[in-house]
Design a protein around this ligand. Sequence first.
Ligand code: 1DF
Ligand code: MN
Length: 380
Amino acid sequence: MSINRRTLLGAFSAAAAGLAGLGNAAMGVAGSARAQEAGGRRNYRRIATEEAFSIPEVAEALGHITRTAWDVPGMRLLDMIYGEERPPLGQRFRSGLLDLAANPADRLQTMDAHGVDMHLLSLTSPGVQMFDADTAVSLARVANDRLADWVRQYPDRFAGLATFAPQDPERAVQEMERAVNTLGLNGFVVNSHTNDEYLDERKYWPILEAAEALNAPLYIHPRAPSAGMVAPFQDYNLTGAVWGYGMETGTHAVRLMMSGVLDQFPDLTVVLGHMGEAVPFWLWRLDFMGAPSRGRANKRLPSAYFDRNFMITTSGVEDPIALRYCIEKIGADRIMWAIDYPYQTTEPAVRFMNEAPISEKNKAAIFHGNAERVFGIKAA
Ligand code: 1DF
Ligand code: MN
């Protein structure tokens, strides 16, 4: 997708959002609890774009890993959620992750209580990427089938990013094609490295090629840092969302820019969570230090790849100053709202965007218009 088409479509959906807004105001209470806003606040369609789930089969397989592979980065969190003895936080995460499998009404109730219209669902990190290839391939299929069932059952409440097993790129591509062409899912999630390898490696190019050809975004979600970088994150428990996730995933994104791999896939859309995993803050310096004139693998400035190929979401960064920086730096048409359910609570994530000191037009784009355009979600 070219930036021109993107820009045009963006202008179109912003205009459509304005019309929808008038419609809502004129209708008053639209017969749905979601139409009623706390404090009489202006109503937006709210599409949350990094919303996690699991299924019992994957939870069980991750439980097995916690009993057999202690020496792997990020195991502390996995044990909290999937181990036998779970602290209250681990139990809370686990119930949230498995609520769709248990009873979708539970999650819908939380969404309704806070005016969230839709979750764009993805199998929670580390997905199937810690399993042997055969297990990963078969669990990815099961997870995608289950996900497609929920989307089919509640088409105006759930959309979904498909999982695949990078351990076997050829079968990954088959599953990616099935996920879009047969299941109708909206894109893909990959949880950063796989067996300490990154997607710029040539053996993973078919995955990038498939995402581009299917016109389906690839959301690079965090996981704990790869073995080669994890050491200084270990002793203070920094491997997780506190710092390790962002450093790992930001590094993955920078590798895609600096390897030149994106010259092969100019129309690929990559999505980064967590306000862009710090990359937007680094763009000026990346361009200065990483210019192609310094004899590097990238043909273009890092920011040229970032502008052409990347979108970001607000997951887990409810900071209005960071949001305003990103709007100014990369543009509101490249930012999408997210909660990161169940790891973040819904109410503050909604309030953050409700109260963000930004224009109504930008708010509509970030709350729903950009997600509709980028993930092919039917406008409400
Ligand atoms: C956490 C955060 C866990 C995120 C996640 O998946 C996750 C956490 C295991 O708080 O431990 O996806 N996150 O995206 O920030
Ligand atoms: Mn997340």
